[in-house]
Design a protein around this ligand. Structure first.
Ligand code: H79
Length: 581
């Protein structure tokens, strides 16, 4: 089991924010980036042979993300490859998938042309291990999909796993069939470069290519990979996970949202799941709440990012009904409130509470009210003169007055939308003026790290808006659930830490650990303690000790250790209070 950890650590480090600056864009790339920035919302599709076992192998449930089943079960190539003979997605209809994306308000689609299992989901001359040559289906679904997207005005792109390929002796990852030392170069020349040329040639203009888990390729190899893409389609954007800083735009970790507006290093995107898997798993019914997803869309866009939400179609070629339901709910919200999402710029404000987020257009601000504050909304630090305020949902005018160093808006007792209500403001400046201390890049001295903006790592852990806390914290044998925050760049120094949580007295006693920094790095700072019972009510408790946050620390983590009692804890937020010393 030990190798899991080392693989995991490597993968995680390669996918962390903030990463290196992107390549300086040429004209074609700059134009593509502008379009990509305006789109904000896309559909990710993980579809491959792993949809057949769908999270079960030899009658046994397999934990974790479904498309990793070959790796986790150490399935030999000869055995896994047999799945191809069964792959016959007769219900596949590219037009339906593209229409779903359209109905969801998504503006682009990214689908797995080849995942880590090495199986090409397109007709490939470079490797017979592909959907046209190795399955009874015998069709190239990617042709149909790219055409269906084109017809509906959706941009199209491919995911391609460049370094990990468990089907190949010289691909990374499969050490059960291929224990000998790998040599990546023949694999790159024999499979990766030819296949990348194929997907860039046969499927129309690609908005982007999405590489993943860069791992161990050399700078020279990655440079060559980039050149292979740009030679065929100069305007095809390359994501950060190509490695070595050879990207056009950045990624956060999977399901990870940074807590601050994050624009200095260029465009970025959050890849995320609707349940706990990318590839289809028949037993994963841990669907995320549309309200949470809509709120996260607002949050991400307010910070300058795009949201790439995943569906995992079945082996028959059907997108699960729950995924469709969730996406259509988001689409209905966007049909009313899209003006506050598409083509907007990031919030000029920093993120000091959970109540609202903002996006901007020239002369306008959109306040996305996530957590209804009651009869009035205070917006502190807004110095521009507001000339008009109204809800996007009904265009009804909203009364407001100057208050403190900002404004106060009079609200009805309840929101207009059960998810997020958007309040549009017209302001006298093209760009909102914001007071010192409230601007996007300025971390407040008392910083609430809400569980809502944490990356929730592990199966089943969820944010629950009703209690405003992360629930279902469990300690699994291998993968402890964790909450992880990506700190402000301006954060640094010594902090007192408070935790707001609830725990039944009977469930108390689990150990917790709070860390700042990076695993295995000397400047890592750590606090530990024992979860005390709170009688099931939310309470704020100060943690003993002082947390040191080094500027540039990658993450701040909260995790439980020890025993199953931890399942009784609900965590609402962690607060960092800057110390004078
Ligand atoms: O394509 C999706 C994932 O398959 C891919 N990125 C998204 C977009 C991805 N590659 N690596 N990872 C995600 C990190 C995976 C870590 C884990 Fe494991 C896989 C945790 C559990 C299974 C490897 C095996 C590390 C621990 C056990």
């Amino acid at each position: 089991m030990k190798h899991w950890k080392s693989v995991g650590a490597l993968v995680v480090m390669a996918t962390m924010l903030p990463g290196q600056a992107p390549q300086a864009p040429d004209a074609a790339t700059a134009q593509a980036l502008k379009k990509f920035d305006e789109m904000k919302f896309g559909m990710f599709i993980h579809w491959g042979l792993y949809a057949i076992p769908a999270g079960e192998w030899k009658g046994k449930y397999v934990r974790g993300i479904g498309e990793w089943i070959m790796f986790r079960e150490r399935i030999p190539v000869a055995e896994y490859g047999q799945l191809a003979k069964q792959f016959n997605p007769v219900k596949f209809n590219g037009g339906e998938w593209a229409q779903l994306a359209k109905d969801a308000g998504m503006r682009y689609m990214v689908i797995t042309s080849k995942h880590h299992d090495g199986f090409a989901m397109f007709g490939s001359k470079a490797s017979a291990y592909n959907i046209v040559d190795a399955t009874p289906f015998g069709r190239d679904p990617m042709k149909e999909l790219s055409a269906a997207c084109g017809e509906r005005g959706l941009d199209f792109g491919f995911y391609y796993s460049q370094d990990q390929d468990w089907h190949e002796a010289n691909g990374r990852g499969n050490n059960w069939d291929f224990p000998e030392k790998r040599n990546a170069q023949p694999y790159l020349e024999g499979k990766v470069f030819p296949q990348v040329r194929e997907i860039l040639s046969g499927y129309g203009p690609l908005r982007l290519i999405w590489f993943d888990t860069p791992g161990l390729l050399s700078e020279q190899q990655v440079t060559e990979l980039r050149a292979t893409v740009k030679k065929l389609q100069p305007g095809c954007l390359i994501n950060q996970r190509i490695g070595h800083g050879r990207h056009d735009y950045a990624q956060t970790g999977d399901n990870a949202i940074p807590i601050q507006v994050y624009t200095k290093d260029g465009k970025w995107e959050v890849p995320a799941t609707l349940n706990d898997t990318w590839g289809y798993k028949k037993n994963d019914q841990h669907w995320k709440d549309p309200r949470d997803l809509i709120s996260k869309l607002c949050d991400i866009v307010s910070k300058g990012g795009n949201y790439l939400l995943n569906v995992g179609p079945t082996a028959e070629g059907v997108i699960p009904a729950d995924s469709q339901r969730i996406l259509r709910t988001i689409g209905q919200w966007l049909a009313v409130n899209g003006e506050a999402i598409y083509g907007t710029s990031p919030s000029p404000f920093n993120m000091r509470d959970i109540t609202w987020r903002a996006t901007a257009k020239p002369g306008k601000l959109y306040l996305h009210i996530l957590n209804w504050p009651g009869k009035s909304l205070r917006v502190e630090g807004l110095e521009s003169q507001v000339t008009k305020a109204y809800f996007l949902a009904n265009k009804a005018a909203v009364k407001f007055k100057k208050a403190g160093n900002g404004y106060e808006f009079a609200l009805p007792a309840k929101g207009l939308d059960e998810n997020v209500t958007v309040l549009a403001l017209e302001i006298a400046d093209q760009q909102a003026k914001v007071a010192d201390g409230f601007r996007a890049d300025q971390a407040p001295a008392r910083l609430d790290l809400h569980a809502w903006v944490a990356r929730l790592q592990g199966e089943e852990i969820r944010y629950d808006w009703a209690t405003q806390s992360a629930t279902h914290l469990k300690v699994f044998e291998q993968e402890t659930n964790r909450l992880l925050w990506y700190p402000y760049k301006s954060l640094g120094g010594k902090y007192d830490v408070e935790v707001t949580y609830s725990c039944d007295n009977a469930a108390a006693g689990s150990k917790f650990r709070i860390t700042s920094g990076r695993r295995g790095v000397a400047e890592r700072s750590e606090l530990t303690g024992v979860v005390e019972g709170t009688g099931g009510k939310f309470a704020t408790k100060k943690v003993a000790g002082v947390l040191t946050v080094n500027p540039g620390a990658e993450t701040i983590n909260f995790q439980l250790e020890g025993d199953d009692k931890s399942a009784g804890m609900k965590i609402s937020k962690m607060t960092l209070v800057k110390r004078a010393d």
